[in-house]
Write a protein that binds this ligand. Structure first.
Ligand code: NAP
Length: 250
């Protein structure tokens, strides 16, 4: 442990410089008083983080990393644990889409989505678990998707990656419960972010028609659910999937 060891609880949020990840980072800092390390692949977004973050920016630190880089991402988590003296929360949020119908989907689009969405969560969980087990406590939250719970046409790769996260969540929960390390998932529905802004209006209208609460979700809707699962308020909850989808999956 370094002399800079954090007195605050420490969270790592992947894909934490924009969209849902940025809002999760804000929520953990502002509502739980944590120190957050936001990990993201784009250097400029990390450089801009102190400005984009707003209130509480002094409690967030940005780190540039491709979370599919096994050695790099693992070493980064080890470095954070060494410097801060603890890793209390890991949020596996980084994700991409490469949509297309199953019969026309390329091997590259399949592999890219599985790697970024699912394999990175495995890499992060394996690395963080080592430190959480040692400190006898921690919470891992995986950002899955409604598509992983229910399937979604045009998203065979994405749905498979997000369903895989649910298996990873339940197994991690069972393996680590004895060491007081919890693992849960959130499954957002349609949330207003850059990822969904690019969808054609027709797709958005079709989605709205099947959302019982009759609106798209906001990033804060997901961030609050993650905050609950990251905090001690959920200390008797592990291996669960919390759907944040306006009632689509009931
Ligand atoms: P977003 O705005 O595209 O943000 C995703 C973040 O992950 C971006 O900052 C992205 O960096 C980063 N990222 C991508 N690949 C990475 C890599 N290899 N290494 C490190 N960082 C990487 O997406 P979002 O809408 O906030 O989604 C966040 C999570 O929620 C994703 O896992 C997504 O699947 C899930 N989700 C979203 C919705 C929704 O409606 N928006 C619904 C269900 C689930 P770049 O800036 O380079 O892209």
């Amino acid at each position: 442990m370094s002399e800079e060891a954090s007195e605050k609880r420490v969270a790592i949020v992947t894909g934490g410089s924009r969209g849902i990840g940025l809002e999760i980072a804000r929520e953990l800092v502002r509502s739980l008083g944590m120190k957050v390390i936001a990990v993201d692949i784009v250097q400029q977004q990390i450089a801009d983080l102190p400005d984009t973050f707003g209130e509480g920016a002094e409690s967030v630190e940005g780190r540039v990393m491709d979370v599919t880089d096994t050695a790099g991402f693992t070493a980064l988590i080890d470095e954070i644990a060494e410097k801060e003296g603890r890793v209390d929360v890991l949020v596996n949020n980084a994700g991409i889409t490469r949509d297309g119908l199953l019969m026309r989907m390329s091997d590259e689009d399949w592999a890219a989505v599985i790697n970024v969405n699912l394999t990175s969560a495995f890499i992060g969980t394996r690395a963080a678990a080592k430190h959480m087990v040692r400190q006898r406590g921690g919470s891992i939250v995986n950002v899955s998707s409604f598509a992983g719970v229910a399937g979604n046409p045009g998203q065979a790769n994405y749905s498979a990656s997000k369903a895989g996260m649910l298996g990873l969540t339940k197994t991690t929960a069972k393996e680590l419960a004895g060491k007081n390390v919890r693992c849960n998932a959130v499954a957002p529905g349609f949330i207003r972010t850059d990822m969904t802004d690019v969808l054609p209006q027709k797709v958005k209208d079709t989605a709205l028609a099947v959302i019982p609460l009759k609106r798209m979700g906001e990033t804060c809707d997901v961030a609050r659910a993650v905050r609950f699962l990251a905090s001690d308020d959920s200390q008797y909850i592990t291996g669960q999937v919390l759907c944040v989808d306006g009632g689509m999956h009931t």
